[in-house]
Ligand binder design. Structure first.
Ligand code: FES
Length: 123
């Protein structure tokens, strides 16, 4: 049987809306990678909860539909730029049938938490 796909509308930083879809069970980060969406810096840590670059803003209804947030996600989310009450990390949101047709907004800016650790040797 063919793979079930979930449609997701993405509103990028410039306000452009893209219609995308990805298989059920994929995360929003998987979708961005798979569909080659042009969102600079998105998913810098590849879904290992070590950055907040995959920060997305959801509609209240969609937010409520999603399961509880883990402490790990919350901690990282706290560091995201422009945090809202309906923010999530895209790498932690998995597509399910219930999410068919949702709209996901990408915030204007990101904080890449890895950069602040990256003091490194100055030459
Ligand atoms: Fe880094 Fe989601 S990709 S926390």
């Amino acid at each position: 049987r063919s793979e079930e796909k979930v449609t997701v509308y993405f509103i990028n930083r410039d306000g452009r809306k893209s219609t995308t879809s990805s298989a059920k069970g994929n995360s929003l980060l998987d979708l961005v990678v798979e569909q080659n969406l042009d969102i600079e810096g998105f998913g810098a840590c590849e879904g290992t909860l070590a950055c907040s670059t995959c920060h997305v803003i959801l509609d209240q209804k969609v937010y409520n539909q999603l399961g509880p947030i883990t402490d790990e996600e919350n901690d990282m989310l706290d560091l995201a730029f422009g945090l809202t009450d309906t923010s999530r990390l895209g790498c932690q949101v998995c597509l399910s049938r219930d999410l068919e047709g949702i709209t996901v907004r990408v915030p204007d800016r990101v904080n890449d938490m890895r950069r602040s650790d990256d003091a490194g040797p100055t030459l």
